[in-house]
Write a protein that binds this ligand. Structure first.
Ligand SMILES: [Zn+2]
Length: 332
């Protein structure tokens, strides 16, 4: 019902999204762009192909002005007067298609982007637990018969394959060891997959990207869900990543929450911004304001739709929420 109303309102948004867009900045977030079938992401992310991604960029370029990191900072400080509303392009998770597919396209178009990475996975040392879940689902779809030893691991008695897949996709960060146990029972070798497919960026590539002027910034050490962590654990995974970025001369001025900043308390932000190097942080709740002024919300672009549709819907939703004073996330 909510979606129906929003889609209906979105249909009335004017064609000139640059004018009707309710904020002065637009912050799209992607994970990967590929024309290939990627088993480690296909069951968790509706990533776009290069044609769709290029269409997104062309649409955004028409209505917004892409900025780089220093222009974005100047804009926030009020020292940069753009001709149009600005757009800062961001990527999360440090996947290698950023280097192979995205950056060549961005260089051709002269567009900056920042990639928020998890050092635990750089150089393909390990696979993020959600990617492991995606790979397991992919294996479940391909196997003719399943090892019955997987059912107790999932506390399932049911042998329905669809139920098994759903259960695998529900596994949380704290239970992530189950994914390794399942993989073993399914004869799925994550190490071999990492070796063969190299899904993550290497240290060497991060250095080249930095030299080329792209941003490599923080997305926590290994991608936990923040609101499920204690304040101490939240700070530990965040600060460990900042030290890594600083040691390697990457962009240590920003941080993007893995998954969501939903439920993250004001006390975390108070501690976070004691780090004077930090300029701002990013969530991904769409077009929204935040009671923590230095926390900017980005727009998820991997919804299976094109930019115009996403921005119109976000705009309609923002305006609707504004009527009832609910367009700001309030942190306690
Ligand atoms: Zn992420």
């Amino acid at each position: 019902m909510k979606d129906k109303i929003i889609n209906l309102l979105a249909a009335f948004e004017s064609g000139d999204i640059g004018k009707s867009f309710p904020l002065e900045y637009c912050l799209p977030v992607y994970h990967c762009v590929s024309d290939e079938n990627l088993p480690h992401t296909k069951h968790i992310i509706r990533y776009k192909n290069t044609r769709q991604f290029e269409e997104d960029l062309d649409f955004l370029s028409k209505h917004f002005q892409f900025v780089n990191w220093s222009e974005f900072k100047d804009f926030v400080r009020g020292n940069f007067k753009p001709k149009k509303k600005i757009a800062l392009l961001t990527f999360d998770d440090g996947f290698s298609d950023f280097y192979e597919t995205v950056v060549p396209l961005l260089e051709r178009k002269g567009i900056y982007a920042c990639n928020f990475i998890n050092p635990a996975f750089i150089d393909n040392q390990d696979l993020m637990f959600r990617c492991k879940a995606s790979l397991i689902v992919d294996t479940l779809e391909k196997k003719r018969t399943l090892n019955p030893e997987i059912y107790p691991l999932l506390s399932l008695e049911e042998l329905e394959r669809e139920a098994v897949k759903q259960q695998v996709l529900q596994i949380q960060y704290k239970e992530r060891e189950i994914l390794d146990q399942l993989a073993e029972k399914l004869e799925l070798d994550f190490r071999a997959y990492l070796q063969e497919h190299q899904p993550y960026l290497s240290t060497e590539q991060l250095k080249i990207l930095t030299q080329k002027g792209f941003g490599i910034s923080s997305h926590s050490w290994d991608h936990p869900l923040y609101y499920k962590l204690s304040l101490n654990d939240q700070l530990e995974t965040t600060n460990r990543t900042f030290s890594y970025l600083k040691e390697n001369n990457f962009l240590y001025e920003s941080f993007a929450f893995p998954f969501t900043d939903f439920g993250v308390s004001k006390s975390f932000f108070d501690e976070l911004f004691k780090n004077e190097d930090l300029f701002c942080s990013f969530g991904c709740a769409g077009v929204k304001l935040d009671s923590v002024a230095k926390n900017f919300q980005r727009i998820p672009m991997e919804t299976g739709e094109g930019t115009e549709k996403i921005l119109k819907r976000e705009t309609a939703y923002f305006k609707m929420k504004k009527l009832i004073n609910k367009n700001t996330i309030v942190r306690k």
